[in-house]
Design a protein around this ligand. Structure first.
Ligand code: MN
Length: 259
């Protein structure tokens, strides 16, 4: 008997988020869909893993689970305890409410959950819907389904995921992109609380994006779905060689055998 393919779905907006349910519905039928998602909003938690308290799993339906932890906890628990330790054929994280482009991928719980899937041995996709007037998850869900089928068929290189951002409205098409560059304005807002104490809010200002052709931000801004391949290994290989050329191996000073 041929075993049915398994897809693990998670997100960082929480189990009740519309984007998660729409994604699960879109992928149902092409594989056995397992949903393991945080029981509360976890946006911006990046790759956090809960190590200082036990986690609880709530079964909410057939192959549907909520965890009182982070997106990374969900993938870890999902694969080790719910899927019996066997990596699923695909991990899909999303559909996030809001884009995850440029350096945002480093803060994103959505992207980090997909990376956790990669670390544990599955190909993975992160899917985000940019916010705006008339937002709908319909186009993102349809594209996620097509891309999931493509990825199941073709596979992905090791240590690699595909990061997808979908514009508001009907997409003009699809563009393969690199990460964009963003500058923050007024990143931290300072105010005085009702008791006269100083408070700080992070993320108060509107980000300004450099409009560089071929980046996720630029192409999404032009109305295209962007697909950016991301690599887990952040080693800057060119500079590694350059460091050697610059003599920073310091072998004479630091090698045990050295002087
Ligand atoms: Mn989110």
């Amino acid at each position: 008997m041929v075993e049915r393919r398994r897809i693990l779905i998670t997100n960082d907006d929480g189990y009740t988020a519309e984007g998660l349910q729409v994604l699960a519905d879109a992928l149902e039928g092409m594989a056995e869909v397992w949903v393991v998602a945080p029981n509360s909003e976890q946006s911006g938690v990046s790759h956090a893993l809960t190590l200082d308290r036990p986690l609880r799993l709530e079964r909410l339906g057939e192959r549907r689970f909520a965890v009182d932890g982070t997106p990374t906890d969900c993938v870890t628990l999902g694969i080790s305890s719910i899927l019996d330790g066997r990596p699923p054929d695909l991990v899909v994280s999303g559909i996030n409410f809001g884009g995850n482009m440029g350096v945002d991928v480093h803060y994103s719980g959505t992207v980090s959950a997909a990376f956790e899937g990669v670390i544990l041995g599955s190909p993975a996709l992160a899917v985000s819907q940019v916010r705006g007037e008339g937002l709908s998850f319909h186009h993102a869900a349809r594209f996620a389904r097509d891309l999931a089928l493509w990825t199941l068929e073709k596979g992905l290189p090791s240590d690699t995921l595909l990061n997808v951002n979908v514009p508001v409205g009907k997409p003009k098409g699809v563009r393969l992109t690199r990460l964009g560059v963003r500058r923050y304005t007024e990143g931290v807002v300072e105010q005085i609380d009702p008791r006269g104490r100083q408070i700080f809010w992070i993320g108060g200002g509107e980000p300004i994006w450099e409009s560089i052709h071929g980046t996720d931000f630029h192409e999404v801004g032009e109305g295209y779905i962007s697909v950016t391949p991301l690599h887990l290994d952040m080693t800057q290989l060119d500079f590694l060689d350059e460091l050697r050329r610059l003599g920073l191996d310091w072998s004479e000073q630091y090698d045990a055998a050295g002087g």
